[in-house]
Write a protein that binds this ligand. Structure first.
Ligand code: HXC
Length: 257
């Protein structure tokens, strides 16, 4: 499909979505939201796609929601239009989704990265929730997902002061899973994606679902969910193959069944 604000590409079982509004530092307007969620929805249905990598440019993953687009909204417009809720589709995407972040990931850009399953950052990455400087607060999950990712102290600091964290601080805080040199960002993200794509499809989706369950459930309910999903994987051919291959000291040949 042809999009105006994103580029899409598939390499084997890995799809790459690149935010592409360079003149606005990939500010997230309603067209980006519509196009990105349409691309994800197509990848969800496309059996040839196992994993998606979401990235931006070297200078900016995304510098936030588009301030020029939202500046004149009033409350009733925002409320009746359920402003911003369309982004929920990113968080509910079922396949593994990796954010490869270089440069600015601010406001909605930081929140979009946090909707992904994990973030690989370049050493140039800067994360922040500067909404307070505009007279608003995070609206795409920042107050909730950042707090879960880095804890109350740092989340409050970020949300109340609007300051940015560099890549090293973001990694220390647990917001990003790895930091790599800027030139190696896509190689690292794609290598992770290729690795995941080689594992049994059902297990990768269930692994994601189980980890995400921890944010919604009590510990005992989360553990019960995990155990039942774990048990259910013994109904798959790939569990038999994976364990047989280990015992026979050979590489598994998974069938995604
Ligand atoms: C619209 C944006 C934008 C944004 C940058 N641009 N961020 N346009 N919305 N969020 C545009 C600028 O207006 C400018 O366009 C061009 O991109 C380049 O930006 P500069 O500011 O000239 O670049 P630079 O000096 O390098 O500064 C980079 C920056 C700064 C520090 C990232 O652009 C910045 O502070 N941006 C806003 C960050 C922010 O507050 N994000 C939170 C948004 S609120 P022109 O046409 O002038 O060249 C949010 C809420 C989410 O995300 C919750 C849901 C509502």
């Amino acid at each position: 499909a042809d999009f105006e604000t994103i580029l899409t590409e598939t390499r084997g079982a890995v799809a790459i979505i690149t935010l592409n509004r360079p003149k606005a530092l990939n500010a997230l307007n309603s067209v980006v939201m519509t196009e990105l969620t349409a691309a994800l929805s197509a990848y969800d249905k496309d059996e040839s796609v196992a994993v998606v990598v979401l990235t931006g440019s070297e200078k900016a993953f995304a510098a936030g929601a588009d301030i020029k687009e939202m500046q004149s909204l009033d409350f009733v417009d925002a409320y009746l239009g359920d402003f911003i809720s369309g982004w929920d589709a990113v968080a509910s995407f079922r396949k593994p989704l990796i954010a490869a972040v270089s440069g600015f990931a601010l406001g909605g850009g930081c929140e979009l990265a946090m909707m992904c399953d994990f973030i690989i950052a370049s050493d140039t990455a800067k994360f922040g929730q500067p909404e307070i400087t505009l007279g608003v607060i995070p609206g795409m999950g920042g107050s909730q997902r950042l707090t879960r990712a880095v804890g109350k102290a740092k989340a409050m600091d970020m949300v109340l002061t609007g300051r940015m964290m560099d890549a090293a601080e973001s990694e220390r805080a647990g917001l990003v899973s790895r930091v790599v040199e800027a030139e190696k960002l896509m190689d690292e993200a794609l290598a992770a994606a290729v690795k995941i794509a080689a594992f049994p499809r059902a297990a990768t989706l269930m692994a994601k679902e189980a980890v995400n369950r921890s944010f919604e459930a009590t510990l005992s309910e989360g553990l019960r969910f995990e155990r039942r999903v774990f048990q259910s994987l013994f109904a798959t051919a790939d569990q038999k193959e994976g364990m047989a291959a280990f015992v026979e000291k050979r590489k598994p040949a998974f069938s995604n069944r």
